[in-house]
Design a protein around this ligand. Sequence first.
Ligand code: TXA
Ligand code: MG
Length: 317
Amino acid sequence: MNNIYSNIYKVNNSNLSKAINRLKKKDLVGVPTETVYGLAGSAYSSKAIKKIYSLKKRPLKNPLIIHYYNLEKLKKDVDLNDNFFKLYKKFSPGPITFVLRKKKKSLLSNIAIARLKTVAIRFPQNKVLRKILKSLNFPLAIPSANKSTHISPVSAEDVSQEFKRSIKIILNDGSCKIGLESTVIDLTSKPRILRPGFIEPKDISRVLNKKITISQNSKTIKAPGMLKRHYSPGIPIKLNQKKAKNNEAFIVFGKKYKKRKNIFNLSYKSNLNEAAKNLYKILRLIKNKNYKMIYVCSIPKTGIGLAINDRLTRAAG
Ligand code: TXA
Ligand code: MG
């Protein structure tokens, strides 16, 4: 068999240069981040952005997150405010995305932001990606590197599986530290969380010194990608189950469950961070094993458990 992963490159200076050159030529590169792997392209180039939407089969009305190296490179694209500065100081670079107002003079591709007046921005923490961002004079639009609605990738192999040879370079930085997408918070008016993630509501509340709501209203929700089925393995999923048959995959949490072929434990130690890191890996594994039904036990709705439950609920459709 041919090496199916021949588009996966280890991280070294020569491969970093190759990736950077591709981005400069308005081509796409698979990149690691601390949350999930992403599909990166120049946020200032509509040509690159169109490739992202087309490869992902992503609806054009679903805007991308724009990734920056630092504040300096950001200032000309969006209006900053006090809430932003407080959160930026505490959590960036890291797994948090801020929705801010776009500046009229911004150079961002209109397609990348779905022609909205707002922009979602993030400063990723992953060192490899930061090196790339530092060397470019444009920011990168980076959605998760999966086909629209599919399971997000947490390793370079996952990305290769999703897109086969249609991406020429995927930089391999091992498995993602967090394994779930960034927290998205809208700061254009009263702060509210649009997508739960590793940075928890209570941590944000503490920094802003006010109660933060998680947006529930799907009609006015500002993150179109969160409306419908998402993060889905394409297999029926039933949540909050106590047991499963042998031919059903059973996703569990904690040590009270037996070790069996069809039992996939997110964390024996009942550690929610570990569970978050394993979630997409396990969903993909179950899909690759051709199970026809997934049962999931109940998972605590505290801390990053909120984000895990959010993703599972959307995966269940
Ligand atoms: O952790 C992450 O954020 C990963 C890594 C690769 O950085 N990226 C990621 O991107 O999850 P994506 O495209 O899979 O999800 C972006 C989310 C979508 O739900 C989208 O609707 C929302 O961000 N979004 C983008 N621009 C927005 C805006 N102006 N207002 C509200 N939501 C927005
Ligand atoms: Mg995504």
